[in-house]
Design a protein around this ligand. Structure first.
Ligand SMILES: [Zn+2]
Length: 336
């Protein structure tokens, strides 16, 4: 029997769906009990995803605390070789390959090439900065992996999700993101989100979530860092510096989680929430201060950004902050 593609499709209607990418996949909300009860079309879900806590690498700070850890890996990836950077893999001008750095961009197709490039520029610059710390060394990507405890089976997840942060569910009302999606209508009744590539995960809403006027007006923005290996981005600038700095700022939150919140409290105890040492924004654009809230966590994340690119003001605070950060980061990471 000769293969007849038309007949094959005709006989199997399920194959009429187009997996080529032109048809939005996963644009229906996941089937939660409330969604199904409301009669809303939905997609069957898998059980909620709970990221496992990463076991840290045996950096001195971990060993000194007697914590369980896994030995520092002998890199087996291309470019590795006894701590000597291979051509193209060391320093800020080296590789920006997400595979090398252990970055998992998800979901498939949601990230534009520009946003990926911006994010990887931040990752690579940060890795080069880590590698420059005495006692760390290696390539930008190996230093990035070691400091964050990234392995090929436990990567750094960069998730694109327009529902992140400002359109989260409410714990008490047991809202899921899918239900919030249904609630997120513009004033004219149209859907507040129209990104055809967005995939909605069913998961318990975080405790901190509360419905706000912003939630219900659906203006997602920025990013949300869940833990040391998981950052959700709702937006990112196409500008190469602003987008890159955004990624580094979020990695500052992840770094704080990686070191059990010590960076935030350490900086606060020394400088409070003084921002005068950080490079200023210009024309109201969030460039060097990505989140100008005077909270301890945001001041830390922007100071982490300042450290990554050595961008401080020539001011009393800036002149104190720069050497303090140099010492603090090296001591924290190497246990020295
Ligand atoms: Zn932040």
């Amino acid at each position: 029997m000769s293969f007849n593609s038309w007949l094959y499709v005709y006989a199997n209607p399920i194959n009429l769906t187009d997996p080529s990418g032109m048809t939005p996949q996963g644009s229906l909300p996941p089937c939660s009990p409330m969604i199904m009860q409301a009669g809303i079309p939905c997609q069957p879900t898998t059980p909620p995803f709970t990221p496992p806590l990463p076991l840290p690498y045996c950096l001195p700070i971990v060993v000194n605390q007697g914590l369980p850890c896994i030995p520092l890996p002998c890199p087996s990836l291309p470019g590795a070789g006894g701590g000597t950077p291979a051509p193209g893999n060391g320093g800020g001008g080296g590789s920006q390959d997400p595979v090398l750095f252990g970055i998992d961009f998800t979901p498939e197709g949601a990230w534009t090439a520009i946003h990926k490039n911006n994010a990887m520029a931040g990752v690579a610059a940060l890795g080069a900065r880590f590698a420059a710390i005495p006692g760390i060394g290696g390539t930008a990507w190996s230093a990035f992996r070691n400091v964050f405890g990234i392995t090929d089976t436990d990567k750094m997840k960069f998730e694109w999700n327009v529902l992140c942060e400002n359109c989260r569910g409410d714990k008490d009302k047991n809202y899921t993101q899918a239900i919030m999606y249904e609630k997120c209508k513009n004033a004219d009744g149209t859907q507040g989100f129209d990104d055809p590539h967005t995939v909605y995960e069913f998961r318990p809403p975080p405790k901190k979530a509360k419905p706000t006027s912003e939630t219900l007006n659906c203006k997602p923005g920025g990013a949300y860092t869940h833990n040391s290996h998981w950052i959700e981005f709702a937006t990112m600038s196409d500008d190469p510096v602003i987008g890159r700095n955004h990624a580094v700022h979020e990695l500052g939150h992840a770094f704080n989680g990686r070191f059990s919140g010590n960076p935030v409290t350490g900086l606060y105890s020394a400088f409070g929430t003084d921002r005068s040492g950080l490079c200023p924004n210009e024309n109201g654009v969030l460039k060097w201060q990505q989140n100008t809230a005077d909270t301890q966590g945001e001041v830390w994340a922007d100071t982490f950004l300042a450290w990554t690119f050595s961008c401080y003001t020539d001011s009393p605070t800036g002149r104190d902050l720069q050497p303090w950060m140099e010492d603090y980061m090296a001591g924290l990471i190497t246990g020295g």
